[in-house]
Design a binder for this molecule. Structure first.
Ligand code: BTN
Length: 258
């Protein structure tokens, strides 16, 4: 699989790729490597994750032979406050890769979910390590999971999950999609700090949450509101029934159906 992935990347591709048949979580492993000094652009891929992780402490279904489970270590030389849009940038790169290889473009449910036919195609988990004294980023680990070949899902997520093959009705080449993803991430990394407004404009075009009546879920709170817009850091602007507005940069949303 590793050789197949590399065969779809240029010979002088600057990032290093590591591949595992099975691992607990590519993000957990990438964080260990990063703490031990691994280089910017170290990519970890696994065929199967025993404990794939999602946002909010959830698990991410990571069946062997079915999905793409990828993490990359980034070492942008900047303050954490300059990197608030990282998950958004990664989501746009993931949409580019899926569109290039699978022929359809997923939507993005704020902030980190890739959506196709109203269901979850994949997700992004971004984890940062900061120097508390300076606020500088030591490293960022960006994890992406994409359901590619799954024919079915476990009972608890069957109604909300979808795979790329279920959309295309054709075989999806995971090595081609992995390579496209790595390449899109590397392109994104080159413009991450210099083309923030362009990246966020593209995120906005893909974001299916905007304009929708939603519930904002934060901790135990579930508040109805409407998604109005996004700021340059990817915070979601919402308006509540009493007319007050707020920019939200934590939590998640669910769509309200009447
Ligand atoms: C989410 O849906 O909340 C985010 C899912 C992120 C899953 C990916 S799979 C590769 C990487 N390793 C993990 O344990 N999680 C991310």
């Amino acid at each position: 699989m590793k050789n197949a992935i590399l065969s779809h990347l240029p010979g002088d591709f600057p990032w290093q790729v590591q591949y595992f048949d099975t691992i607990d979580s590519t993000n957990t492993y990438a964080k260990k490597l990063a703490a031990d000094g691994a280089a910017h652009g170290t990519v970890i891929l696994a065929d199967h994750q025993a404990s794939g992780r999602g946002r909010m402490g959830r698990s991410f279904c990571s069946v062997g032979g079915a999905g793409i489970y990828l993490s990359v270590i980034l070492r942008p030389n900047c303050q954490a406050t300059e990197l608030m849009h990282l998950t958004c940038a990664v989501a746009v790169a993931a949409c580019d890769a899926v569109e290039q290889v699978c022929g359809f473009r997923p939507g993005i449910k704020w902030i980190n979910d890739l959506i196709a036919q109203g269901k979850k195609l994949g997700g992004i988990l971004t984890e940062l390590s900061l120097d508390p004294a300076t606020g500088l980023v030591n490293y960022a680990v960006v994890g992406i999971g994409i359901n590619c070949r799954n024919q079915e899902f476990p009972e608890d997520i069957r109604h909300i999950a979808i795979s790329a093959e279920a959309v295309t009705k054709k075989a999806v080449d995971r090595s081609k999609l992995s390579a496209a993803l790595i390449s899109a991430l590397q392109k994104m990394d080159k413009i991450l700090l210099t083309q923030k407004s362009e990246i966020m404009a593209r995120y906005k075009e893909n974001c299916i949450t905007l304009g929708q009546e939603i519930f904002l879920l934060r901790g135990d709170e579930k508040r109805p509101c409407r998604a109005l817009g996004l700021n340059i850091d990817g915070a979601l602007q919402v308006i509540y029934a009493d007319g007050t507005t707020e920019f939200v940069n934590s939590g998640e949303v669910s769509v309200r159906t009447r």
